[in-house]
Design a protein around this ligand. Structure first.
Ligand code: TUI
Length: 308
């Protein structure tokens, strides 16, 4: 399947991987790129030198292009923004903010910048700043989310910009992929389904919670302080929501989630950790290789879209 995104990124399949904190490290990024999609290293809150090492390790595993997701709320965002240029990265996605202060530097380095947006306004602003494409991410996604659903956001962004749009949020199989194409997207970004990939280093406890998840098992915390985060419900989220209802301060709530992502992803603590996952978790039933995931999605989508 050819779209402006497969042409732009020179990839076989129009599937890009989400920049998931702790999960999107070199094993997963290399496996997704090797399977014909675009794999990315998730910058998350990691120091720039950690990202440099991750990029180099991914390149030892694949000759194909890998990208980096720069998480703009990170205290290290400025350093990471420079390291990606130094390392010759050619595709950047960004999340949780507007990357406009880095756009000139990245464009000069011939980098394709693909900001993740949660609104039409930011999509239009990013096009003006020279973005090559945007990811329109609906609130079905795991992690930090906006307000719009994928179904409403994607076609509105498609109508508002001329650059290609990648749909994200709630896409986990060929039906979701085909639906995104019907909304005018030219690729999809997938997160949750790649968390459970065989090549993903996420703990078995985290993967098992996704595989056992029902449709209603995710919960959004942090709405009270303007940083809503979708994750699977557990003891930590129950305590968080209770404290949020009691009017706890941002600092008190932050304390609850300190290091909680690492707890879930690396230590396998599914009780106190942050199990970021999208609403599509309920659909995900097994661990598969990235190659199997991508091939299965494409086969199903091509049948639905009647592409031979
Ligand atoms: O960024 C993500 N997903 C993330 S980032 C993350 S790390 C984190 N953890 C706790 C709190 C906050 C972050 C975990 N998951 N997805 C892309 C995304 N970007 N979703 C929503 C947005 C967004 C929201 C508002 C982008 C821009 C924006 O406003 C910027 C502006 O200036 O208008």
């Amino acid at each position: 399947m050819k779209t402006r995104i497969t042409e732009l990124l020179q990839i076989e399949y129009p599937i890009i991987q989400g920049g998931m904190a702790w999960v999107a490290e070199h094993h997963l990024a290399a496996a997704v790129s090797e399977a014909g999609g675009l794999g990315l290293i998730g910058g998350a809150n990691a120091p720039a030198e950690v990202i440099r090492t991750e990029i180099r390790k991914a390149r030892e595993m694949t000759k194909k292009e890998i990208g980096v997701n720069v998480m703009l709320l990170s205290p290290y965002a400025d350093e990471v923004a420079k390291v990606v240029v130094e390392e010759g990265i050619k595709v950047i996605t960004t999340g949780a903010g507007s990357p406009e202060k880095y756009m000139e530097m990245w464009k000069e380095a011939d980098i394709k910048v693909i900001p993740v947006v949660a609104s039409v306004a930011l999509a239009k602003r990013m096009e003006r700043y020279g973005a090559s494409a945007v990811v329109a991410e609906g609130c079905e996604s795991g992690g930090h989310i906006g307000e719009q659903t994928t179904m409403t956001l994607v076609p509105q962004v498609v109508d508002a910009v001329n650059i290609p749009v990648i749909a994200a949020g709630g896409i986990g199989d060929g039906r979701g992929f085909a639906a995104a194409m019907m909304l005018g997207a030219e690729a999809v970004q997938i997160g949750t389904r790649f968390v459970v990939a065989e090549e993903s280093i996420a703990s078995d406890a985290y993967k098992d919670r996704i595989i056992k998840a029902k449709d209603i098992d995710s919960e959004v915390t942090g709405r009270s302080h303007g940083h809503p985060v979708r994750q699977l419900r557990n003891q930590m989220t129950r305590e968080y929501v209770k404290k949020e209802k009691e009017g706890a301060s941002f600092e008190e709530l932050e304390y609850l989630t300190l290091g909680a992502l690492k707890k879930a992803v690396i230590d396998g603590d599914a009780v106190n950790g942050t199990l970021m996952a999208g609403q599509i978790a309920g659909l995900i039933k097994q661990k598969q290789s990235c190659k199997e995931i991508i091939t299965e999605i494409m086969k199903e989508a091509e049948k639905l879209l009647k592409i031979e």
